[in-house]
Write a protein that binds this ligand. Structure first.
Ligand code: ATP
Ligand code: MG
Length: 766
């Protein structure tokens, strides 16, 4: 019986309402950003339950991230009550693994099958490669995994792959591994991530009665972000929906940004063919952004030739004009952004959680994280691992630690077979036993590896490892830090492995390592005592403070990819430079400029009230400072909605006692002074200025902090009360230099005097 309209339908517009109340039959919604697509799905589900069209567990809702699923579920609970928790809601992977657990037996698995992550997968592929007689130092398991995974997601069988898709010698090897890999997984009762998408299709195609059961069960199917589904996801949902045909998909072709992972925009177009009598409802009113932001987004996406025609307008205010921040380099960019956030937060009474800083590539988070930490502004890195916690960064720093202290067994264990050089676990266990027996470090033990009597072939490999480290150690005393690390990366083949693997993931890893090289290079140029140990101390200080309370309001740092579907009052889009955003085509890959532009469109449309673009004129890349050109995208933006704020000459304002040093294309300030240990040292050479007599600098007004007009850095003065994460409260008793680079002597109540570099110590003014 027809029910009355649900009470929660008051805050939807007419088009949205039509979409919400359109319960039966296929429905396609292609609409621009912020037009309420996700809201329509949410309300649709609430309405289905309200109208008693289905039980909660008869509704299947697929989202792109688990976070999106949680949010939608919470919203529906708000609208309709606790029963909403029984909806099948989640990502494709989570939902399908649930189905697979139920039906595992039909696929020759048991219910408690394991799920292999990429590390497990690589291990299996490696052993198969070895069985087939390949040298896994030459043929990288990861590279083979990448090819197999692609084939799986396109539903290409091992046989078809062998016959039709082999184009290189690596493909040929992958073809040999593929079938065995599948057999091995089955034998191990394990599924990899791809299987979670593929196996349901296999299940449904081979067991019509099971397919029918699920077809009957899921009365309503809803999919958000449909433009980013891949072929397997498309196929599986097509099968499931074939029964009731109550499938509603929402998406925006202009926001398709995962084609590198096999997402297929034609799924949207296919929808109309699969369901010829499907309804299509356009949503044209945007509720998220100001007129300026929408105008900006529109002017950009217009440049793409392949896109579906859509209208998007808003009743929101015109709002603030978009600001382009031009910066000297990436450090200035980061400092300026943090500074602007602090300013805006105060002026507009915002919370830190109202801000998002977006970047194109993960490694860009390093400089941003440093800036946030230095100024004590809380941030949360979303959907990524903090830079210094990433595996490849930990690997390389383990090498560096070994150079400083070869007896650091833990670091040695981390890298002795990294990259893989054929030193097996058994050999390592043997070495550990020998070391223990003789009460020696592992380094001392392998220094005389020939006399250890371990597995013969491993001896030569370990000898090579020792040689590399010894040569690198020598290099360190002869040449600079950056050159040494570069040498190390070359000699060990650490970077080469990523180049060879040539997958998206490996390119990211390589970029991260290069970014570490940048950090080292910058450190070397800007530090007075650019020793390796000082650098390691600096980064360990940063990582020490890694854990912060994520419940606290914090600024969101994330990649543009990660920001899809989200919204924030204030958004900063960083690194708008050619070769970065749009990303470069250096390593010979083709750049899909239209996809880069869609990414830019996604980034712009996350903003509600204020939008900032920023770029740097110089950037450390591959250990060198290089000139950067502003992104072509900035020139595509309608000029009537942007203005540029230059931050030129930032570092040229010196003060007495500072000596300028010319860099490649700018001026760096360095302090010409004596040996100063870059960190909280013992401070025995402290020359006294008493704690009590120090003049108070806190003027009592506002925050009591002064900022340098040009750099946005805090001006430190003796007498300031500060707090240090480890040492607690204290007072500055002496201060040399300026801003972040100031060297401070601080008397801490609990631990006495310490000498600190402002930039590293992350003092907060209290
Ligand atoms: P995206 O393409 O970025 O995923 P979307 O189309 O899914 O965007 P939503 O996130 O659903 O858009 O909605 C954007 C914002 O507008 C949200 O804050 C939502 O609550 C709000 N909104 C949507 N429709 C209305 C409405 N009719 N009245 C008031 N606010 C609305
Ligand atoms: Mg959405």
């Amino acid at each position: 019986p027809p029910h009355s309209e649900p009470p929660f339908l008051t805050d939807v517009n007419d088009a949205q309402k039509k979409a919400v109340l359109h319960t039966d039959g296929p429905l396609l919604i292609i609409a621009g950003a912020g037009s309420g697509k996700t809201r329509v799905l949410t309300y649709r589900i609430a309405n289905l339950l309200y109208q008693k069209k289905a039980w909660p567990n008869q509704i299947l809702a697929l989202t792109f991230t688990n976070k999106a699923a949680r949010e939608m579920q919470e919203r529906i609970v708000d609208l309709i009550g606790e029963k909403a928790n029984r909806i099948w809601m989640g990502t494709f992977h989570s939902i399908f693994s649930r189905i697979l657990r139920f039906e595992a037996e039909h696929l020759g698995y048991t219910r408690d099958f394991s799920i292999y992550d990429t590390v497990d997968t690589d291990r299996v592929i490696k052993s198969i490669l070895q069985e087939l007689g390949f040298n896994t130092r030459e043929v990288k398991p990861q590279a083979v995994r990448f090819i197999i995974s692609n084939a799986k997601n396109q539903l290409i069988s091992p046989e078809a792959f062998k016959n039709k898709f082999v184009q290189s010698s690596l493909d040929d090897i992958a073809a040999q591994v593929y079938e065995r890999y599948i057999a091995r997984c089955r034998q191990n009762n394990a599924m990899d991530f791809d299987d979670l998408l593929i196996k349901p299709i296999e299940l449904f195609e081979h067991h019509p009665e099971i397919l029918q059961k699920y077809q009957n069960h899921f009365r309503y199917i809803l999919i958000d972000e449909y433009q980013d589904t891949n072929h397997a996801q498309y196929r599986a949902t097509q099968l499931l929906a074939a029964g009731h045909q109550n499938i509603c998909v929402v998406g925006d072709d202009s926001q398709s940004i995962y084609s590198f992972r096999g997402a297929d925009i034609s799924n949207i177009l296919n929808f109309k063919e699969d369901y010829p009598d499907s309804a299509q409802i356009p949503l044209e009113q945007n509720y998220r952004s100001t007129k300026s932001i929408l105008q900006c987004a529109d002017s950009v996406i217009r440049q793409n030739t392949s896109r579906l025609d859509k209208t998007l307008w808003t009743q929101n205010d015109r709002g603030e004009i978009i600001t382009v921040l031009e910066n000297y380099d990436e450090r200035d960019e980061a400092n300026r952004i943090v500074r602007s956030i602090e300013d805006l937060k105060m002026r507009e009474h915002l919370s830190f959680r109202d801000f998002a800083v977006l970047y194109r590539t993960n490694y860009q988070s390093r400089v941003l994280e440093d800036a946030f930490r230095r100024r004590g502004v809380p941030y949360q890195l979303v959907g990524g691992i903090s830079f210094y916690q990433r595996k490849e960064i930990k690997d390389v720093t383990a090498y560096l630690r070994l150079l400083v202290n070869p007896h650091d067994d833990e670091s040695l264990l981390r890298v002795i077979n990294e990259p893989a050089r054929g030193v097996g676990e058994k050999t390592i266990t043997n070495l550990q036993q020998i070391a223990r027996k003789h009460n020696k470090s592992l380094w001392d033990t392998i220094g005389d590896v020939e006399s250890t009597g371990i597995y013969k072939p491993a001896i030569g490999r370990i000898r090579d490892f020792v040689d590399i480290l010894e040569r690198t150690g020598k290099k360190l005393t002869d040449t600079g830090l950056t050159d040494t690390v570069r040498f190390l990366l070359d000699e060990t083949g650490y970077v080469k492995q990523f180049v060879e693997e040539h997958s998206h993931d490996s390119l990211m890893r390589r970029q991260n390592v290069m970014e570490l090289l940048n950090a080292i290079s910058y450190f070397e140029k800007s530090s007075n005592t650019p020793s390796l140990s000082a650098f390691l101390q600096e980064i360990s200080l940063v990582t020490d403070l890694d854990a912060h309370d994520t419940d606290d309001p914090a600024v969101t740092l994330m990649t543009v990819h990660g920001s899809k579907g989200l919204e924030f009052p204030v958004v900063f889009i960083t690194g708008l430079e050619e070769d970065l955003f749009p990303i470069g085509g250096r390593s010979g890959e083709d750049v899909d400029i239209e996809e880069e532009r869609r990414l830019f469109y996604v980034a712009i449309t996350r903003a509600e009230k204020r939008l900032y673009f920023s770029y740097a004129k110089n950037r450390f890349r591959f250990g060198e400072q290089v000139d950067m050109n502003r992104s072509r995208f900035l020139d595509e933006v309608d000029p009537s909605v942007v203005r540029t704020e230059t931050g030129a000459t930032i570092r040229q304002t010196g003060s007495p006692g500072m000596a300028g040093r010319s860099g490649k294309s700018g001026t760096y300030i360095s302090y010409d002074q004596s040996n100063y240990d870059g960190n909280a040292g013992a401070g025995s050479d402290f020359h006294s200025e008493s704690y009590d007599s120090a003049a108070p600098a806190d003027d009592g007004g506002g925050m009591g902090v002064e900022y340098d007009q040009n750099t946005g850095e805090i001006i430190w003065r003796s007498g300031m009360a500060v707090i240090h994460k480890k040492f607690g409260p204290g007072k500055i008793v002496q201060c040399q230099g300026q801003g972040d680079d100031a060297r401070l002597t601080v008397f801490f109540k609990n631990v006495g005097q310490k000498k600190l570099v402002a930039r590293l110590a992350q003092l907060k003014v209290i």
